[in-house]
Design a protein around this ligand. Sequence first.
Ligand SMILES: Cc1ncc(COP(=O)(O)O)c(C=O)c1O
Length: 390
Amino acid sequence: MQQDHNSSSDPQSIFDKDSKYVMQTYGRQPIVLESGKGSLVYDTEGREYVDCVAGIAVNNVGHCHPRLVEALKKQAEKLIHVSNLYYTEPQAELAEQLVDVTGMERVFFCNSGTEAVEAAMKLARVTTKKTDFVAVEHSFHGRTMGALSLTYKDMYRAPFKPLVQEEKFVPFNDAQAVSDAITTNTAAVIVEPIQGEGGINVPSEGYLKEVRKICDENETLLIFDEVQTGFGRTGTWFCKEHFGVEPDIMTMAKAIGGGFPMGAIAARDGISFGRGEHAATFGGGPLACAAALASIDIIRDEKLVQRSKEMGEYFRKELSRLSTDGLVEVRGKGLMLGVQFDRKCADLVDYGRKNGILLNCTSETVLRIAPPLVITKEEIDRVVNVLEQA
Ligand SMILES: Cc1ncc(COP(=O)(O)O)c(C=O)c1O
């Protein structure tokens, strides 16, 4: 029988429905989140948490920023969806803005990170007329068949073989290995400028420059996956700026719409899909574009890129003085930080949640810290104090 879906806010009834009706692909934390403001979220029991997960590097402008909410409301009242068979102003405006912030030439819109990677792969193939890709160990590029081919973790890949191509992963931070792996049939090399899911791995200074050179010498394209590192996360608009290297194609998603689902790729001069070579029903829809335009405006007006750099430095300094059991190193850039332990750190995620902090472990031994870029010093102190007591 049909139930009133708002009949109960009892967490247990939500856990029960989830376990009965939802495919159990996620290991979830036992709380039901209901609302958020800035860097804080609240559960159905009224408990407050400092959110150091931010939807995994999504809510860069903070939860429910009033300007983002207003932009969505205004657009929803006018037009929610139309086909890409027609023009809309928000899409054209956003394309111009993205070209401005990325320094690239043209964009294609889709709906998620994995779709952006798929689009980048197709664009690389159609541009070069070559078929293969070289990816990096510990990479994460998404879960659809193409993106999964370039994602390192065997646990994610093994049950779904055959994938789009056989494994071709090279060690992280090893330019010579990239050179050795490229063949005359390599369409592109794909790299996360800082690896996210792999454990917040920052490459050494000259690595990406060297990879750029190798790609040029071999007429192979270079794709930067900036899905996690984009939109101020690392203290620059895009992570590529830290290394002074330009890719041929870059992927974006996560923070692009401030929490509203969207993905995109941008490509340099001379690289573009032609008519009919790719499409997405919802790609660049008016609502998503309105959200992304508002987010970019907020990041600019509130100087969130600079703030990410400054708060990231403060956070890092405070975390570095912790004497938490097993802590090895704090690394990262801006507000994309990883705290490396010499043991699994899931217990710290539990401890944090019980003490009002949302945290997340990546690659089991690294605590990922990726809060909204609007986080305050007081909120950072709260996080550090909890970790100190842990
Ligand atoms: C670097 C990178 N690329 C691609 C993806 C896939 O994005 P999505 O989950 O939106 O498909 C992720 C997600 O974590 C990511 O971190």
